[in-house]
Ligand binder design. Structure first.
Ligand code: HEC
Ligand code: HEC
Ligand code: HEC
Ligand code: HEC
Length: 245
């Protein structure tokens, strides 16, 4: 016992006793939490977004569908990595499209419901009622941080001090900041170049990054926002990229 305790103390001292899980369960992205089904609910949490077979065909084994929507993209006189006129959010911007299929506030359903032969189950159907106000981004992206553009730090006229993207994983690219690692995505789903800036550049849709302040009460998150790529206390995430601001 004494030996075990000293091992635990050592781990704590080294700061590696903080376990980080790639979890959905118990977070705002857990369908049981969205539906307030209570602890121990028999529901397939991953199926809300993924299916092992017969999904939409989009990366990563995507399982939600919605009729195509038209978005007003971000623009400004000083936005240099500007989104081309007429560009849209489509399945090629999967790490944004896969968020907006719920966060635009419009109903969406599963392609393949869990169970034999896709048995419909309304628990997995999505409606705006499951979103609190600020989480409903709507169809205008003009009041949101720009997404869906090619990251190119060399075209920044205002000297924000953006960092160059570096190698990440086996073949990806990411921006490495002090508070977090911000992956870039590809328009093809499976092959590079990995240069697209999307929602998932700043957010991890599974709760994979640990920082203080995240908690749930009565089925909703209170305190610090979940799913960030890093701790944004003192705007640390913003400064990771906008180094000179
Ligand atoms: C709310 C929607 C949602 C739920 C629920 C969800 N995922 Fe994901 N998942 C995504 C999105 C969006 C991506 C792509 C963006 C990214 O890679 O961060 C992704 C990517 C992945 C990937 C590929 C990239 C990686 O991180 O390895 C795997 C594997 C994965 N999910 C597994 C799971 C499993 C297992 C579950 C259930 C425990 C789950 N997901 C639940 C939305 C979801
Ligand atoms: C299956 C639908 C669904 C998908 C797909 C989805 N979300 Fe969510 N998300 C929700 C719901 C429901 C909530 C809880 C909303 C609330 O509390 O207002 C939520 C909450 C959040 C929150 C706030 C958490 C908090 O602490 O209040 C963030 C951030 C977020 N989502 C980002 C994303 C991003 C980024 C993606 C894509 C990579 C994504 N979501 C994909 C349904 C979804
Ligand atoms: C440049 C980084 C960045 C990008 C890109 C980004 N977000 Fe966020 N998002 C944040 C930060 C930081 C917060 C926390 C803000 C706060 O604490 O009030 C946040 C908060 C949220 C919330 C919770 C809102 C609230 O106040 O409860 C949702 C939902 C969300 N983001 C969804 C998305 C979606 C969907 C996309 C893509 C369309 C996206 N975000 C793109 C940085 C980003
Ligand atoms: C992962 C890197 C990254 C993070 C994190 C990030 N940004 Fe950005 N931000 C960018 C890039 C790249 C642009 C596009 C700049 C350009 O092309 O002029 C941008 C654009 C902007 C713009 C619009 C600039 C314009 O000229 O219209 C504002 C404002 C902004 N970010 C503020 C923030 C804030 C506030 C945060 C923290 C909540 C934040 N950013 C987090 C990379 C990031």
């Amino acid at each position: 016992m004494k030996k075990l305790l000293s091992v635990v103390t050592l781990l704590l001292a080294m700061g590696i006793a903080t376990v980080v899980w790639a979890i959905i369960e118990g977070t705002p992205h857990d369908v049981a939490v969205m539906r307030n089904l209570g602890a121990g609910a028999e529901i397939e949490r991953c199926a809300m977004c993924h299916t092992p077979h017969a999904g939409s065909g989009q990366y990563p084994l995507w399982n939600r569908s919605q009729t195509d929507q038209t978005y007003a993209m971000y623009s400004s006189p000083t936005f240099n990595m500007a989104i081309a006129a007429g560009d849209t959010i489509g399945s090629s911007n999967y790490a944004t499209y896969n968020c907006m299929v719920c966060h635009n506030g419009i109903a969406s359903t599963l392609v393949n419901y869990p169970g034999s032969q896709s048995t419909a189950n309304t628990n997995y159907d999505f409606s705006s009622a499951l979103l609190r106000s600020v989480s409903n981004l709507g169809l205008s992206m003009q009041n949101d941080h720009p997404v869906g553009f090619t990251y190119n730090p060399t075209v920044d006229d205002e000297n924000n001090g953006f960092r160059a993207a570096e190698n990440y994983g086996s073949s990806g690219k990411a921006i490495f900041g002090a508070r977090g690692t911000y992956p870039l995505y590809t328009e093809t789903g499976n092959t590079g170049p990995y240069n697209q800036f999307e929602c998932a550049t700043c957010h991890s849709v599974h709760d994979t990054v640990d920082y203080a302040g995240k908690s749930m009460q009565n089925g909703v998150s209170v305190g610090t926002v979940y799913f960030l790529r890093g701790d944004n206390t003192s705007s640390g995430m913003c400064i990771d990229c906008h180094v000179n601001r």
